[in-house]
Design a protein around this ligand. Structure first.
Ligand code: 5AD
Ligand code: SF4
Length: 453
């Protein structure tokens, strides 16, 4: 008997949290007979999972919707229906406005409502147009199915969502709502299920992941370090990472965990945004640059080979040449393995968006950004160079672009390419690094004598 599936096309922008959410939407819709497809043609439902963190997010969504519209019209000409949905943080921020501007959109719903998808799809199939930007009192995590879509041997696991920090430039507290930590046991159970499906690496996710404070199975409140220890106890899980953290929440327990738990990878993404105390204050980051330096130093003491990446915002309102120089100096002091840097963009509804008078002229912000990125590129190339000649365990999770090539991740999250058999995908294998490039490494799979014997 052949069963016909409905085709679901999902396009995802933005952070890893959105990738996780998209996978969970696929899971939940599979119970309604939807199967994911790679192209929008002929899909029965399309979901755009959107990001609002930086500029032009809304414009991008509307131009993508414009591109998708003909597919819907073609389908309608055949007398069939195609549902178009906008999810994620743009949906949360723009709500009704999307339905007004794009009359062919059927559903608009925010990140806290995904567990209500079956109900929403049912209503939309009956020609009702849906806008759902509630922050429901029941957690979506309690209602998402247990089944999982994972790609490759590295799996995301969302443990915390939302943010109470209110950095003045950031939309997250408004689009994702206030901080919520999932109960620890739920997370541990989910980690077991991911392991059963072949995950070797778990990346614990949250907008403020190191502020995690979930209820433990023993009734006490667990911090992130407690949770990492328990996930590390799961046989078959070989690697743990977590993202994204705030410097103020790097407590001693978590810092020491980096020294104690070998499965915790020696690479940490720890955004600082600026190296100037004046700007950090204007950003409401609630710490000084030296606190960040101190956290980095203590982490290096706990785990000497640890490498760092960060996020920086260049050209925040009021940033002087001296403030920018302080940011450059912080980066020189830390020496990053990689970094993301962004030109400040005013986000509607955030406090910094009112600082119009102090705006840094665009050409100055751009010029500073390129100076900053030149420094970071240099640091990244230098860090990669130190890996030449080393043997490191690489988690292979996909084919490379070239013939016979495999692609994987080093412990420091660098992309590593080797020539090798496809059956090695989904394994952690020692690789001798032969060449370092600006953004990747290449090497040879190490064959040990006892294997050859
Ligand atoms: N302008 C520029 N960059 C921003 N980010 C967040 N909000 C803004 C903004 N308004 C950057 C921060 C954050 C990363 C995810 O995006 O560096 O850490
Ligand atoms: Fe945004 Fe600041 Fe919260 Fe990070 S800590 S999500 S930058 S408000």
């Amino acid at each position: 008997m052949t069963q016909t599936h409905k085709k679901l096309f999902v396009k995802t922008w933005g952070c890893q949290m959105n990738v996780y959410d998209s996978n969970r939407m696929v899971d939940i819709l599979s119970s309604l007979g939807y199967k994911p497809v790679d192209t929008p043609e002929d899909a029965d439902m399309m979901i755009l999972n959107t990001c609002h963190i930086r500029e032009k997010a809304t414009d991008k969504v509307f131009s993508e919707l414009g591109r998708l519209r003909p597919h819907k019209e073609a389908k309608e000409e055949k007398g069939e229906k195609m549902l178009i949905a906008v999810a994620g943080c743009v949906a949360q921020a723009e709500g009704d406005f999307i339905l007004e501007r794009a009359p062919y959109v059927d559903m608009v719903f925010g990140p806290q409502t995904y567990h209500e998808l079956p109900e929403m799809v049912l209503k939309a199939s009956g020609a009702e147009r849906i806008v759902n930007t509630e922050f429901p009192t029941v957690s979506k995590f309690d209602h998402l199915p247990e089944q999982h879509t994972i790609e490759g041997a590295s799996a995301y696991l969302s443990i915390q969502e939302g943010c109470d920090k209110f950095c003045t430039f950031c939309v997250v507290p408004y689009t994702r709502g206030s901080e919520y930590s999932r109960p620890a046991q739920e997370i541990i159970d989910e980690a077991h299920r991911l392991r059963d499906q072949g995950a070797l690496e778990i990346i614990l996710l949250g907008q403020n992941v190191n502020a995690y404070h979930g209820i433990g199975p023993d009734g006490t409140t667990w911090g992130l370090a407690d949770l990492i220890r328990k996930v590390a106890d799961i046989e078959g899980i070989e690697r743990i990472r977590y993202s994204t953290s705030h410097p103020r929440d790097m407590d001693d327990d978590l810092i020491f965990a980096h020294g104690e738990i070998l499965k915790l990878m020696p690479f940490l993404h720890l955004p600082v945004q600026s190296g100037s105390d004046r700007i950090l204050e204007a950003m409401n980051r609630k710490h000084k640059a030296d606190l960040y330096r101190d956290v980095i130093e203590r982490l290096r003491k706990a785990r000497p080979d640890i490498a760092f990446s960060s996020d920086f915002i260049i050209g925040f309102p009021g940033e002087t040449e001296q403030d920018f120089e302080d940011t450059m100096q912080l980066a020189r002091d830390v020496k990053y393995a990689s970094c993301y840097s962004f030109k400040y963009s005013a986000r509607p509804g955030t406090p910094a968006a009112n600082l119009q008078a102090a705006l840094v002229p665009d050409h100055i912000a751009s010029e500073r950004l390129s100076r900053f990125q030149a420094l970071i590129n240099e640091q990244q190339a230098e860090f990669n160079k130190t890996c030449e000649g080393l043997v490191m365990p690489v988690l292979f999770d996909r084919k490379g672009k070239k013939d016979g090539q495999l692609s994987g991740r080093s412990p420091f999250f660098q992309s590593v390419y080797v020539q090798g058999n496809e059956r090695l995908i989904g394994n952690i294998i020692d690789v001798k690094i032969t060449s370092a490039f600006d953004n990747s490494l290449t090497g040879d799979i190490v064959i040990y004598d006892d294997e050859a014997a």
